[in-house]
Design a protein around this ligand. Sequence first.
Ligand code: ATP
Ligand code: MG
Length: 213
Amino acid sequence: MTLTIALSKGRIFEETLPLLAAAGIVPAEDPESSRKLIIGTNHADVRLVIVRASDVPTYVQYGAADLGIAGRDVLIEHGGDGLYQPLDLNIAKCKMMVAVENGFDYQNAVRQGARLKVATKYPKIAREHFAAKGVHVDIIKLYGSMELAPLVGLADAIVDLVSTGGTLRANNLVAVEHIIDISSRLVVNQAALKLKYDRIQPVLDAFASAVPA
Ligand code: ATP
Ligand code: MG
């Protein structure tokens, strides 16, 4: 029985390598240099599929992958249908924040009950955050480079991931509100967990034992 694990390139792949190693799994190729989308491992019956970060939950939900690793941001936006989420892996850590252009008085705008234009790749997280605060917003869905939006008048604020804050600073933006802490989680297809339990449970245990502090 083949075990298929969905991963995205970049930081998630890099930070997952030690977890895979703890489970005795070593990829046969580096997805950064290989153009292959299916990457074998040192086990003939374990393979990795390389997909967009935001597509990982979908591959696992439909059983095209048995396991996957996805950010909490991506999982909230996806909704989590059909996914078992047994483990916070404590990798790819960052924060979901509200940010505005330097000089924009966000707190005052909120106090005044202004209707805010908010640009984001994360409409669900943004909508829920502002609804809970009772702030009226128009959400503008973007697919990247949210930092640009307030600078050119597309939005008053953005909802985006922040780690060091370097990108915000470089673009004259400031974080004004913390929404949630983000890290990546292991997700498992619910049917696969039952059908391939003997294959999957040892991987879960190995990952759990190797989660960074
Ligand atoms: P794509 O670039 O394909 O649109 P993406 O930008 O979501 O996808 P990454 O930038 O690799 O892909 O981010 C993957 C995951 O890593 C995100 O879903 C998030 O959970 C986490 N992440 C994003 N930015 C950071 C960051 N600056 N520091 C730490 N973790 C991050
Ligand atoms: Mg990115």
